[in-house]
Design a protein around this ligand. Structure first.
Ligand SMILES: Cc1ncc(COP(=O)(O)O)c(C=O)c1O
Length: 225
């Protein structure tokens, strides 16, 4: 990845899309040190980071840990944008709720950059969407701005994240118990909702026929755990 970043054309018209946490589809995130290395390369090559954040709180269970990469890039004074989805972490699937953030790099031009981007976005939104869905955004606004539901939401994220980890552990233990050929450590080492299994297309087709049984058994173990 660093080789690719280093060989990318320099200049801030070159956008690099990064998943903020719980990478889809691999479940493999860079370590904090690897993020730092990436920020260093992107800053020195003037590459423009576009963070796609759909799972904040689903990686470690903590909002403030799952946003390490974004916070670090901002601390380095790197100008960036973030497309943040609330579909998963607020359970607002189908409501199209999310947020777009622009963080201008610090300096005398920062507030003019923000104004110019905001006016472009409002033109785009007016011509493309006009009256965007409001219901999900209002729910998100209440949860994010009122301390009581916010605390409850943080606790819910920890619960769901714990459940995901338990499911991963149960699946690995069951595969080990059945002496399934291969190594399965990646199931517990990867994080978040998604996992890169390494299964072949033929194995996936086979699973499609049988996965219902595995799921029910797994759910049973989780409920007993
Ligand atoms: C990384 C990533 N970004 C964005 C999305 C979609 O977000 P939304 O449903 O809010 O458009 C997903 C998955 O659905 C995702 O995995």
């Amino acid at each position: 990845m660093t080789r690719t970043l280093n060989s990318a054309p320099k200049g801030n018209s070159n956008i690099v899309v990064l998943h903020g946490c719980a990478h889809n589809p691999t479940g493999v995130d860079p370590t904090d040190d690897e993020w730092k290395e990436m920020a260093k390369i992107m800053k020195s090559n003037d590459l423009f980071p576009f963070f796609d954040c759909a799972y904040q709180g689903f990686a470690t269970g903590y909002l403030s840990q799952d946003n390490f990469a974004v916070r670090y890039f901002v601390e380095q004074g790197i100008q960036l944008v973030i497309a943040q989805s609330f579909a998963k972490n607020l359970g607002l699937y189908g409501e199209r709720a999310g947020a777009f953030h622009l963080v201008a790099s610090p300096g005398p031009g920062a507030s003019s950059t923000v104004d110019r981007v905001a006016s472009q976005l409002s033109i785009l939104q007016r011509s493309e969407i006009s009256s965007p869905p409001i219901y999900g955004a209002q729910i998100a606004s209440i949860i994010l701005n009122d301390p009581r539901p916010f605390i409850e939401w943080e606790a819910d994220l920890l619960t769901i994240c714990g459940l995901i980890k338990k499911m991963r552990k149960c699946l690995k233990e069951e595969l080990d118990r059945l002496q399934t050929p291969g190594t399965w450590g990646h199931i517990v080492n990867q994080i978040g909702m998604l996992s890169f299994t390494g299964l072949s297309p033929a194995q996936v087709l086979e699973l499609r026929e049988k996965c219902l049984c595995i799921w029910l058994k797994l759910e049973g173990s989780v409920l007993r755990a």
